[in-house]
Design a binder for this molecule. Structure first.
Ligand code: MLT
Length: 312
């Protein structure tokens, strides 16, 4: 019998997937792992399983001599140089849209936390401080919600928002009058101007992919259009919002609050963490049992259909 394929796992995955891999492959789990550590050891493995914790680029691929497959257990491909990868024989697999619901629900959690001062309330009550009158907040009902990006996460957020009686509007990378008319039928306003979207809404959610054209998309030139009562939530990627410019808006109280699940430099301190009107979470958008199980099922199918059949 052929020896088992060796899998390296460098990000958290669902237990069902880990158990399946343990039964069928030789697995090594290393997370967190630095990019250099990954580059140094990748030649020993046949399959790499990652999420957003590593970069697939030329430097990595030069060392990935035996790699047969790269499995991105999630949606985002901003950490994968697909062009460089296409010049190799390595198979690539990811699981688009599997975590849209989880990310959408996290967006609402963050909206509630900001509007109801949950971070402050929870910290103060630990010291038996009951500051009820300073904890007056806002409801989500009837608020204007603006989505920057209308892919599967944006669409899921819009669906949930209807249950809160919110008015939803959005911007997309390619505006067309036809698309705007089509969305109008679903009661969603499509703006072709980001500044207008920013000025119009009480809540802005950034949920677009990170690309060359969305890098620093939100910066001081458009953050200034937000109202002092509005909040900004970033569940896309850190680099889409200029953290420096967001810091200034929050510190000057030009906006009510902001929350982010993603950071330009993850696993590092950000000055944003020092602000009382900011809430940060460590890229947990996809961390629900349901979404990780969906991802596990798809990857198991991929492994069975594409890899195990070919090898044994
Ligand atoms: C994704 O792109 O799927 C998300 O960033 C979730 C993740 O991999 O942690």
């Amino acid at each position: 019998m052929a020896s088992k394929l060796k899998i390296l796992i460098v990000d958290p995955i669902h237990i069902k997937l880990k158990n399946y891999m343990e039964r069928n492959f030789t697995i090594t789990v290393k997370h967190p792992i630095t990019q250099q550590e990954l580059i140094n050891c990748i030649k020993k493995y046949d399959i790499l399983v990652l999420r957003s914790g590593a970069q697939i680029n030329n430097q990595f691929l030069e060392q990935a001599k035996h790699l047969r497959a790269i499995i991105r257990a999630g949606t985002g491909i901003d950490n994968i140089d697909l062009q460089a990868l296409s010049k190799t024989d390595i198979l690539f697999y990811n699981t688009p849209s599997t975590n849209s619901r989880a990310v959408a629900e996290l967006s609402f959690s963050l909206m509630h936390c900001l509007f109801r001062h949950i971070k402050r309330a929870s910290t103060e009550i630990e010291s038996n401080i009951w500051n009820k009158k300073l904890l007056m907040g806002f409801e989500l009902k009837n608020k204007n919600l603006g989505l920057i990006g209308f892919g599967s996460i944006g669409q899921e957020i819009a669906r949930i928002a209807k249950g809160y009686d919110m008015q939803v509007s959005c911007t997309v990378s390619h505006y067309t009058a036809e698309r705007a008319a089509d969305m109008k039928k679903k009661d969603i306003t499509l703006f072709d101007d980001l500044n207008v979207l920013m000025a119009f809404n009480d809540i802005l959610v950034v949920c677009c992919p990170y690309t060359e054209s969305t890098k620093n998309l939100l910066n001081k030139n458009n953050l200034c259009h937000l109202q002092p009562t509005s909040i900004l939530i970033n569940v896309a990627r850190g680099g889409v919002v200029s953290e420096q410019d967001l810091y200034q808006s929050l510190a000057n109280r030009d906006i009510y609050g902001a929350a982010s699940d993603v950071f330009e430099y993850e696993r590092q301190f950000s000055p944003l963490f020092t602000l009382d009107n900011f809430i940060g979470t460590p890229h947990i958008g996809a961390m629900t049992n349901e979404s990780q199980e969906k991802i596990a099922d798809l990857i198991i199918r991929f492994l069975e259909e594409k890899l195990l059949k070919e090898v044994y």
